[in-house]
Design a protein around this ligand. Sequence first.
Ligand code: FES
Length: 161
Amino acid sequence: MKFFRRVLSRDSLRWCRTIRRNDLRWFPTLLYAQDEIGFLSDEVIAEIAVRLDLSELEVRNVISYYSMLTTQPRGKFNVQVCTNISAWVRGGEKILEHCSKNLGIGHKETTPDGLFSLEEVECIGACSWAPAAQVNYDFHESLTPDKMDRVLEEYRKSGKQ
Ligand code: FES
């Protein structure tokens, strides 16, 4: 708990204080905490539950529903490729396979240098521009293997600066 209190910013703590228990206005608390610490550790989940007067199970239920939230450490750039129906008919699985080859990792794996993680995910709300992928908070749409390579290369360059 000490680590969490020391690391979490005022923004995160302000959300904890100003929200009520039975609605999801507390959802940003999870995003703030994840952005600061990298993932939602057992320690962080316990602290959020205490501060919001929730059970840890209630917090974990929300975390497990949203693919942008994780209880495990990820790479600096988390590549989420949608293979749900709209994306699937437009080549989403090929994009996922291509990312896997490019990065040398599979679903829910992280590159040895910690730069990239890869995940196959359900709809990310970009069906009209499928196939699509989300890297952290950025969307990349109408993807082809070549375009995906360029996207990954940009992140690779920025991650090494
Ligand atoms: S099905 Fe892939 S973005 Fe909606």
